[in-house]
Design a protein around this ligand. Structure first.
Ligand code: NOJ
Ligand code: MG
Length: 542
């Protein structure tokens, strides 16, 4: 147990800037809008905000295609707006984490324009250029995440360039030391401006095979998986050399006090934990997404948590993510009742939780009519449910026009049909609302060191119940969640005298004493303080 670094006790809140608050009335969220809503986040009790990219961008992938790493896109505002936002955040005690996208730039970035000019260009080697295969086709079978070959042919030079995502997102060549230096400079630029850390986009993608070997076919392609999943990305991601880069990024961040390095890494647990690095000199928090797509089943959840706890390197700090801008929303996936349990789980497990904007009011995926689709993923591979617009719709603030998000006649993505009832204003003082639950959970996490930084211990439980202890010396909290249908009778651990309920997802349950034998309602979760057995009084001296 240790909790010195702020990010160990923190709750992180992800803001998708296009959709949080539009201040200038163009229908797209902006930095001034975010600044206006910081009071809300401060009230909610989160400690840090991570803002998805707001840098100058042609917006082919809505900001994940960056044209300039050291400025703000006019859609989102100016550097002065950024500084004002950062100052306001600092005043409120909120940490500020930026999204850093080092794997690829926009094809409009001056580096790529120069690189593309000719094979003799000084920046040619800043990107990954290859001659065609013997048959004139792409150099390898590598596939792009958003569909098709990952190689784009350049008529002028007769070579191909590699892009793991859109063809408008060419991959940088991280084997080139000049690329590394330029990107670390960009990190310094923002660190000097006072940001508290970075969430690094697709960290596990940064280095590709130097021998350009074909990826093997994937015999176990999951249903509804993206088009690139027909191959195993053996030679395009999670290469051993990536850890050198992560270590260098960590050193950049470590040159400033109290900064955090977070990695976006979609890998199974055993691979994920390698990103803590040798002697924990890698990412502070390799994002742990294991719960996002997990079957909502007690056995599965127990196993995920247990495996992760076991796999963590000594001293490695855990973390949990329940939703983000790339995956369907939790309230749509699980339904309203179980979504409350998901929030309880996220905010009581051991490790830094990351909360996606809107999940605290149980926003749901918004169906997007075909003529309103924005996401290139949906445009490239339509109809498979891979599009990410549904989870990126405007934040629902109140029951007014456009849910209080914008004064524009039409926001960039449609507002949810249920926004008149599912919104911050309606939920803020409603005792049974999701927002009230999340607000209380965050407050409890803050008040109880056992939840913030305590140990984790799994407990056996029947049926669809997940049960565990969180403890610091002298204080043990019991967390029990009933994922099943119907009630479930349970008993308190034998080594306690009783318990006091501190919080329940069921607003009807009274707080206070909990009998040794108790029942959890359908979809109910509780946090209870265990009353320890009295140690026998010392026998009076004869
Ligand atoms: C991961 C980001 O989360 C996603 O939104 C983006 O499309 C890809 N990386 C490419 O940058
Ligand atoms: Mg705007």
């Amino acid at each position: 147990m240790s909790g010195q670094e702020w990010w160990k006790r923190a709750v992180i809140y992800q803001i998708y800037p296009r959709s949080f608050q539009d201040a200038d009335g163009d229908g797209i969220g902006d930095l001034v809008g975010i600044a206006q809503r910081l009071n809300y986040l401060s009230w909610l009790g989160v400690d840090a905000i991570w803002i998805s990219p707001f840098y100058p961008s042609p917006m082919k992938d809505f900001g994940y295609d960056i044209q300039d790493y050291r400025d703000v896109d006019p859609i989102f505002g100016t550097l002065a707006d950024f500084d004002a936002l950062a100052a306001r955040a600092r005043d409120l005690g909120l940490k500020l984490i930026l999204d850093f996208v080092p794997n690829h730039t926009s094809d409009r970035h001056p580096w790529f324009l120069e690189s593309r000019q000719s094979p003799a260009s000084a920046k040619r080697d800043w990107y990954i250029w290859r001659d065609p295969a013997a048959d004139g086709g792409p150099p390898t079978n590598w596939l792009a995440e958003f569909g098709g070959s990952a190689w784009e042919y350049d008529e002028a030079s007769g070579q191909y360039y590699y892009h793991a995502f859109l063809k408008e997102q060419p991959d940088l060549n991280w084997r080139n030391p000049d690329v590394r230096a330029a990107m670390y400079d960009a990190m310094h630029f923002w660190l000097e401006r006072g940001v508290d850390g970075f969430r690094v986009d697709v960290m596990w993608h940064l280095i590709k095979d130097d021998q350009f070997r074909d990826n093997p076919p994937n015999p176990a392609r999951p249903p509804n998986a993206g088009p690139a999943n027909t191959l195993i990305p053996l030679y395009t991601a999670d290469r051993p050399e990536v850890h050198d880069i992560v270590g260098e990024m960590r050193a950049v961040v470590d040159a400033y006090p109290e900064r955090v390095l977070i990695g976006e890494i979609w890998l199974p647990t055993d691979r994920l934990v390698t990103y803590y690095g040798h002697d924990l000199r890698g990412a502070h928090l390799p994002f742990n997404f294991q719960l996002i797509g997990a079957a909502w089943d007690a056995g599965v959840i127990k196993e995920i948590v247990g495996d992760y706890e076991k796999a963590l390197p000594r001293g490695g700090w855990p973390n949990w993510v329940m939703g983000n801008h790339d995956k369907g929303r939790i309230a749509s996936r699980l339904g309203p009742r179980q979504a409350r349990l998901a929030m309880l789980l996220l905010l009581t497990l051991r490790g830094t939780p990351t909360l996606y904007y809107g999940d605290e009011i149980a926003m749901r995926d918004v169906p997007i009519p075909p003529d309103r689709v924005c996401d290139p993923y949906e445009k490239n591979v339509p109809g498979l449910g891979l599009g990410r617009d549904p989870e990126r719709t405007p934040m629902q603030w109140d029951s007014g026009p456009q849910a209080g998000f914008t004064h524009a006649a039409q926001p960039w993505l449609p507002i949810a049909a249920d926004a008149s009832t599912v919104n911050v204003a309606a939920q803020r003082d409603a005792p049974a609302s999701m927002l009230t639950l999340v607000h209380r959970l965050i407050a409890l996490r803050k008040a109880e060191a056992a939840l913030a930084i305590g140990d984790y211990g799994a407990l056996d439980a029947p049926g669809q119940v997940v049960m565990f202890l969180r403890r610091v010396p002298g204080r043990r909290l019991l967390v029990a969640l009933n994922l099943g249908e119907g009630g479930q009778s349970l008993s308190l651990p034998e080594d306690c005298r009783g318990a006091t309920v501190l919080l329940s997802t069921d607003p009807e349950r009274p707080l206070g004493d909990l009998a040794p034998a108790f029942t959890l309602g359908e979809g109910e979760g509780i946090v209870a303080l265990l009353v320890d057995l009295e140690t026998a009084p010392p026998s009076p001296a004869a």
